[in-house]
Design a protein around this ligand. Sequence first.
Ligand SMILES: O=P(O)(O)O[C@H]1O[C@H](CO)[C@@H](O)[C@H]1O
Ligand SMILES: O=c1cc[nH]c(=O)[nH]1
Length: 286
Amino acid sequence: MKISESDLIINPDGSIYHLNLLPGDVADTVITVGDPDRVGEVSKYFDQIEFKKGKREFITHTGFIGKKRVTVLSTGIGTDNIDIVFNELDALVNVDFETREVKKELTSLNIIRVGTSGAVQPDIPMGTILASSHGLGMDALMNYYLQQLSGDEQLLMDDIKIHFGHLKNINPYLTAANEGLLNSIGKDMVHGITITAPGFYAPQGRIVRAKNAVPDFIGLINSFQSNQYRITNLEMETAGIYALAKVLGHKALSVNAILASRVKFEFSNEPNKIVEQAIKTVLERI
Ligand SMILES: O=P(O)(O)O[C@H]1O[C@H](CO)[C@@H](O)[C@H]1O
Ligand SMILES: O=c1cc[nH]c(=O)[nH]1
């Protein structure tokens, strides 16, 4: 079936609407970062840069590490941007832009986020590199997509619904990391459930001047336990990445540079060093 011109927008030069990329520009391994300035911090380790492109907050560098072709792409902040990035990345590899039809043979990308995050458990200090075993979304993105949970995801979700059931206006969603990526790139890292929040301040329990509707948000999330699983950290993209990757048939892992301890009220004074360590670790393992 032909995808309409208003559903899938292709620019006059044949590139996709927001990412400004052509089919063929995306490597099978994609690293996503939030901050556009972090794209160069990743591609500086490439042996060869094939091209640099960008539009708005979506900066892309594709190149080679040895013989391996890698794309690094910035998503900006939030799951609203993840909706754009993941649908457009998927269309670039799985839709024929000439016929506007879904290709017969689908490509499954390996997508690794290297992001920053705040820890909510006292035993997870700043400087930790953490791989998200699950993304737990507190935003609204997955109200708009059909998602099927595995048996394990459903069991965990049942406990989450009980724990967070009193938050009447929030409809949490959960997706597990790709197991292969978690056990390879994420091996030896701290693992835990990452909460993806629809904001940085009250949605992550921060108090500056406005009054928060959810009292002791950090206490609420760090007291959750279901079998071996606990919530370890807060950021703003992982749950959307895990959920849309699964819906679209891609593999995803989120690696978090822990810059803050929300229980010790500390924020790192050397965030770039921690992010650099996360980037180097991921690049060594892809
Ligand atoms: O450093 P990045 O990858 O942007 O990730 C984190 O930092 C931003 C907030 O400061 C949010 O995007 C959050 O997810
Ligand atoms: O606490 C933090 C740190 C980085 N990014 C977030 O979203 N939260």
